[in-house]
Design a protein. Structure first.
Length: 259
């Protein structure tokens, strides 16, 4: 059986993963704080009939070898944390991170991290995500509070009966390897051994980004780049299928020789 059948089959499966990833990126082009993913591939094990540098019959070292690959496999997906486009909303509880960092949120014992700063107030005045995750450290705004202000350094202040009040300071979390965070859906990430432990800090200090009130961060998906990736994956899939067809025609020709 031709090895090309199996190699081309792995190529078709790899391009299916590529198209699935591209489709997910395009589907989230308007998702707040979404970070696009890049698929990483690696070639499979090689059949080595003659390794490079082997000695020939005359004792001369061969400058090249004879190695035939077995196809391709999907290694993983890398999340690209480039900055998304900020959009002004005019909502005083909305925040965008300009630079590195994540908002830390909690729901009971569950801890998660997000770049989605479209926070709202719940029935107790706490600043929460759309799914009810509470911003950590917790910030509670009294119902009678006015002139809510959040500085670039994360300092929360407001007025109650004309008296200025300062609340807790928003902190941002950073990770040694943010690409190692686990996607939980709903714009949330979870810490993993690959990401390393969280490092909490004040916005604008020690490499943390700044907080921009009244803004949210858009997706970093580039539609044109994703469409190019989609076309490339589709063409690669077609070429791999043609390689299988060519191998089938070769076997058919070989079987005709004995008729």
């Amino acid at each position: 059986m031709l090895k090309a059948f199996y190699s081309s089959a792995t190529g078709m499966r790899a391009q299916e993963v590529m198209i699935d990833n591209t489709a997910n990126n395009l589907a989230n082009v308007n998702t707040t704080g979404f970070k696009r993913k890049h698929v990483n591939f690696a070639d499979l094990i090689y059949d080595t009939n003659s390794p490079p540098g082997a000695a020939g019959a005359n004792g001369i070292i061969k400058p090249i070898g004879l190695q035939i690959g077995s196809g391709v496999r999907t290694v993983g997906t890398t999340t690209l944390f480039s900055q998304g486009t900020p959009t002004e909303t005019g909502i005083d509880t909305h925040m965008a991170i300009e630079g590195e960092g994540f908002f830390k949120v909690t729901q009971g014992a569950n801890i998660a991290y997000t770049r989605d700063g479209s926070f709202v107030r719940d029935d107790q005045g706490q600043i929460v995500t759309a799914d009810g995750y509470i911003l950590d450290p917790a910030i509670t705004i009294p119902p009678e509070a006015t002139n809510l202000s959040i500085s670039a350094g994360g300092v929360v202040s407001y007025q109650v009966n004309g008296i200025a009040t300062t609340g807790p300071t928003i902190q941002l979390a950073r990770f040694p390897n943010p690409a190692g965070l686990q996607n939980l859906g709903s714009n949330l990430y979870a810490e993993t051994p690959a990401s390393g432990a969280e490092v909490l800090g004040i916005p604008g200090e020690n490499g943390n980004g700044l907080v921009r009130q009244n803004y949210i961060e858009g997706s970093n998906v580039e539609v044109v780049s994703e469409l190019v990736s989609l076309i490339t994956a589709q063409r690669a899939y077609e070429i791999n299928s043609r390689a299988i067809r060519a191998g089938d025609e070769m076997l058919s020709s070989a079987s005709d020789l004995v008729r």
